[in-house]
Design a protein around this ligand. Structure first.
Ligand code: SAM
Length: 233
């Protein structure tokens, strides 16, 4: 996807970029490509692929939520900042926290945010561990390409405020949706929307799952990671 195609597809998503957003993405793209030469951050390195599979893909979340109604966002397993940092660039009023267990990705994000003059909270931790500081704090938790839906639900929903949302960005997800039918009621949450579509140009399948938290989650969740894994192998 060229920058021109990216801009055209933003119009189709009804997104009007803030005046500095496209310049920020250009810097983001070049910095990611250069950094990736010495530190492995992503397998997607061609400019046109970064625009499609990282930048555009991150923004497709707006198919299921109006980000102007959200104040606090946590992106779990953000990696090189997807989708959380792209959303901050397009919705600068969001209070964004980017969490990842991999320190080299946090180091990259720290340098990038400095370069782009973006104020976000960067957290080097595992999702199961950071919970003690921020239980039921966020309006929205996002996650892309981190774990299967039942595992992610257990990691993410304890952070979500009552009446807030967890949104998972996935490829094909029917099996995962089915296998989360037991854990979601246990976490007092339910799927309220599933949006299936294909990415422009390459037409690979995408599924966005929007989950609402209806009541507080028991403080016994999330359980230690090895215990979660045992249930969802
Ligand atoms: N979300 C990014 C994206 O879509 O490009 C990165 C995806 S990458 C495949 C998965 C990331 O999740 C890695 O950076 C990894 O360190 C992080 N991760 C996996 N399990 C995690 C956990 N329990 N807590 C925090 N980060 C985790």
């Amino acid at each position: 996807m060229t920058e021109q195609e990216f801009i055209k597809n933003l119009t189709e998503l009804n997104i009007t970029p803030p005046s500095d957003a496209l310049a920020k993405l250009k810097t983001y793209c070049t910095f990611l490509q250069n950094y990736n030469k010495h530190t492995n951050l992503t397998a997607i390195t061609e400019t046109k692929d970064i625009y499609l599979k990282h930048f555009y893909d991150s923004l497709t979340i707006i198919k299921v939520i109006d980000l102007n109604t959200i104040n606090t966002l946590l992106d779990i397993g953000t990696g090189a900042g997807f989708p959380g940092l792209v959303l901050k660039i397009f919705y600068p009023d969001l209070e964004v926290t980017l969490l990842d267990s991999n320190n080299k990705k946090l180091k990259f994000l720290e340098e990038l945010c400095e370069k782009l003059d973006l104020k976000v909270t960067l957290v080097h931790a595992r999702a199961e561990e950071y919970i003690k500081d921020k239980r039921e704090y966020f309006d929205l938790v996002t996650s892309r390409a981190v774990a299967s839906l039942p595992i992610l639900s257990e990691l993410s929903l304890p952070y979500v405020k009552v009446n807030g949302y967890f949104i998972a960005l996935k490829g094909e997800a029917q099996n995962e949706i089915q296998s989360s039918s037991h854990i979601l009621p246990t976490l007092n949450s339910k799927i309220i929307e599933i949006k299936e579509f294909t990415l422009p140009i390459e037409e690979s399948k995408r599924t966005i799952i929007k989950i609402e938290k209806l009541k507080p989650t028991s403080p016994t969740y999330p359980r230690p990671y090895n215990q979660i894994l045992k249930d969802y192998k």
